[in-house]
Design a protein around this ligand. Structure first.
Ligand code: PLP
Ligand code: COI
Length: 342
């Protein structure tokens, strides 16, 4: 991809594009430096960095949206800051204070403002904050130094087709996380552990694989890099409760939207994989996925179809319209959800 002016926004997928500026800050001797924007998209780090050997790293994902009036806004970046700090606690990394986290994102979006896709193109600016252990260290222990960096790029849909239903497969022989491991943190190792299962699902023609709870393999945990949501035949909004899934900001936003905007009963509870018949519609939700309707789930050689394999169901569509409407500024947001980039 060349200059921003060459970008055909409507054709974007979910791919790396080098934008003009990224933010970088270093933690050393017990404190963060001020941080700065740089044009250099390469990191120069010690060969003995814990991120390289022992996976001491966490990342976040959030988006900037352009409104109809041309303003640029973020969706709940404070929640990403809190989640990154929870990951930092788990991996013994220093916190990134919320103000520093949000300020870094604001700086990066402003410095790359021409890459924020226009309203109505279906594309958005994806923002990737990362913290990693660096410096010289060889024993299995926390790093002496850390880098916090934020970069961004315009993206289109994560699962091809946007609101077109996708099919997924439950591959019982893979887990992405352990029952008391790092599943509920956003740490690099979880994604390394998912690559093989994802590759197999993709080779077999699926959008991604569904992970079951690692302790009993009876309940739905996650849908690849997204959370599961289901609409029961009684019109309730249900999403799995488990100690090994990533607490999706989109999922908690949808729980709120279903309850307060659509007046639906909402439940965060166990979802048994042999009881998928309870759902008339289902979806995979996340920052990258937004809401991707789940057309079908294959499990033990049997196909379970939700609503339709080709058309989005009415409730998933309503949830999508309200969520994306809030993100784009077309629908009034609950207080504190939207941060304008000025
Ligand atoms: N589950 C996993 C494993 C993820 O990587 C993500 C992406 O962040 C999600 C769920 C969705 O979370 P969020 O809605 O906060 O983006
Ligand atoms: C996100 O939805 O932001 C994710 O992090 C998903 C994925 C690209 C890892």
């Amino acid at each position: 991809m060349g200059k921003k002016t060459d970008i055909d926004w409507s054709k974007l997928g979910f791919d790396y594009i080098k934008t003009d500026f990224r933010y970088i800050s270093v933690w050393k001797d017990g404190k963060w430096d001020e941080g700065k924007l740089t044009e250099d998209n390469m990191l120069h780090i010690s060969e003995a960095s814990t991120v390289l050997h022992y996976g001491q790293s966490s990342f976040e994902g959030l988006k900037a949206y352009r409104t109809k009036e041309g303003k640029v806004q973020l969706f709940r970046p404070d929640r990403n800051a809190a989640r990154m700090n929870d990951s930092c606690d788990k991996l013994l990394m220093p916190h990134v204070p919320e103000e520093k986290f949000i300020d870094a994102i604001m700086q990066v979006v402003k410095a790359n403002i021409d890459y924020v896709p226009p309203y109505g193109t279906g594309a958005t600016l994806y923002i990737r904050p990362i913290i990693m252990g660096v410096g010289h260290n060889i024993g299995v222990k926390p790093a002496p130094e850390y880098i916090f960096t934020v970069f961004c790029m315009p993206v289109g849909p994560y699962f091809s087709g946007g609101l077109k239903p996708c099919k997924f497969i439950v591959q019982d022989e893979y887990d992405r996380a352990a029952p008391h491991g790092t599943g509920k943190q956003k740490v690099g190792g979880n994604y390394a552990a998912s690559l093989q299962a994802h590759a197999k699902a993709a080779k077999d023609g699926y959008a991604d694989c569904i992970y079951l709870d690692p302790a009993t393999h009876t309940k739905i945990d996650e849908v690849g890099a997204a959370n599961f949501i289901g609409i029961t035949k009684n019109n309730e909004f249900v999403t799995p409760k488990s100690s090994s899934i990533l607490p999706s900001i989109t999922k908690y936003s949808l729980l709120y939207i279903a309850e307060h905007y659509l007046k639906m009963p909402v439940y965060e509870r166990e979802v048994f994989v042999d009881n998928l018949d309870e759902f008339k519609e289902a979806g995979a939700c996340g920052t990258a996925a937004v809401i991707t309707p789940i057309g079908a789930i294959d499990y033990e050689g049997k196909r379970h179809v939700f609503h339709s394999e080709t058309e989005v169901g009415p409730t998933i569509k309503k949830l999508y319209d309200i969520l994306y409407g809030i993100q784009l500024g077309d629908v009034e947001a609950p207080e504190g959800w939207i941060y304008e980039v000025k």
